[in-house]
Design a protein around this ligand. Structure first.
Ligand code: NAD
Length: 312
């Protein structure tokens, strides 16, 4: 029996619950939020649909006791970006929320895996790892799983192939210093830089620049239009949760504490890792060219600087 506790029943938390219900992820899902009216309303709305999903009813509360015994804690509580704000602008406020919540959550679910979604996710993952002292395989962030799915979608659209046939990662910060790994991207098993199938286009340098700008600018574009991003992060998080609960480990670019990976240590950022029932394994040695490695190190410095500014 798996119990998933989602902390924060805002746009992201409620949509993760919805995605889990629709995909049948988790036996028991609970939502915890300090805003009782909000959490009660989301739970009602979700449960009015379970006839169509066959899942157990979702439970919700403003009492953290609802998280007791959870196998996985998903943290989405906290401030979100307003138009014009970067994710890093949220660091101070969300670090404080994290500091106040973590002792309560650890007490309620001492054996849980902690999956961080709150932004800036790399900074919040690092703080959570340090404050809880949990083994590094049990604390990680959704990282660039979302950015990579945006990347794959945009490449697939240009090349006119299915998204699932494109393999490509965004690594580093889930934010402005993130890096597209063009050198290892493939379509089918054809390296992207060799892709020239008649009728299916070929990416120009200009296409690449545009695609990456669209990946980086996606969150703010969506926030300007509707105030929050929720559907894709809901599905991306459900995919990570499914990997944690299934017998088939998956490779996902999640944010974790690095120690010596490509000479980067003591910072959380995203590189593809195996996600399985125990949490995450060591990052994989995905091929990268010199520019990409330099970009990854620069991204590590950016995140480390933000972490230091918070006194960690
Ligand atoms: P939201 O404002 O809709 O919801 C946040 C919720 O957190 C609110 O309901 C609030 O009551 C609750 N909350 C605040 N403090 C709390 C506490 N101490 N305990 C319990 N609940 C508390 O925001 P949102 O759109 O759901 O976004 C949530 C976070 O997720 C933001 O930081 C956002 O930037 C981040 N996010 C991350 C990704 C990603 O890829 N990692 C994607 C989208 C959004």
């Amino acid at each position: 029996m798996s119990k998933i506790a989602i902390i924060g029943a805002g746009s992201v938390g409620a949509t993760i619950a919805y995605a889990c219900l629709v995909r049948g992820v988790g036996d028991r899902i609970v939502l915890y939020d300090v805003n009782k009216t909000k959490v009660d309303a989301e739970v009602l709305d979700l449960n009015h649909g379970i006839q169509f999903t066959g899942s157990h009813p979702v439970e919700g509360s403003d009492d953290v006791g609802i998280c007791i015994g959870a196998n996985i804690i998903v943290i989405t509580a906290g401030a979100k970006q307003k138009p014009g704000q970067s994710r890093m602008d949220l660091a101070g406020a969300n670090a404080e929320i994290c500091k106040s919540m973590l002792p309560l959550l650890l007490k309620a679910a001492p054996d849980a895996i902690f999956l961080l979604v709150t932004n800036p996710v790399d900074v919040i993952t690092y703080i959570t790892q340090k404050l809880t002292g949990l083994p590094t395989n049990r604390v990680f962030g959704s990282g660039t799983v979302l950015d990579s799915s945006r990347f794959r979608f945009l490449i697939a659209q240009r090349l006119k192939v299915a998204v699932r046939n494109v393999h490509a990662y965004i690594v580093g910060e889930h934010g402005d210093s993130e890096i597209p790994l063009w050198s290892s991207a493939t379509v089918g098993t054809v390296p992207l830089h060799e892709w020239a199938v008649p009728g299916h286009g070929k990416l120009s340098v200009r296409d690449r620049v545009e695609i990456f700008q669209n990946v980086k600018g996606a969150a703010l574009q969506i926030i300007q239009g509707k105030g929050a991003t929720n559907y894709a992060i809901g599905l991306a998080t459900a995919e990570i949760l499914e990997a944690l609960l299934s017998e088939s480990p998956r490779i996902l670019p999640v944010s974790s504490l690095l120690s010596g990976h490509r000479d980067i240590s003591d910072v959380c950022l995203s590189v593809p890792c195996i996600v399985n029932r125990a949490g995450i394994e060591q990052p994989l040695a995905i091929p990268m060219n010199e520019n990409e490695i330099a970009g990854l190190r620069n991204s590590a410095d950016t995140i480390r600087e933000a972490i230091r500014q918070l006194g960690f």
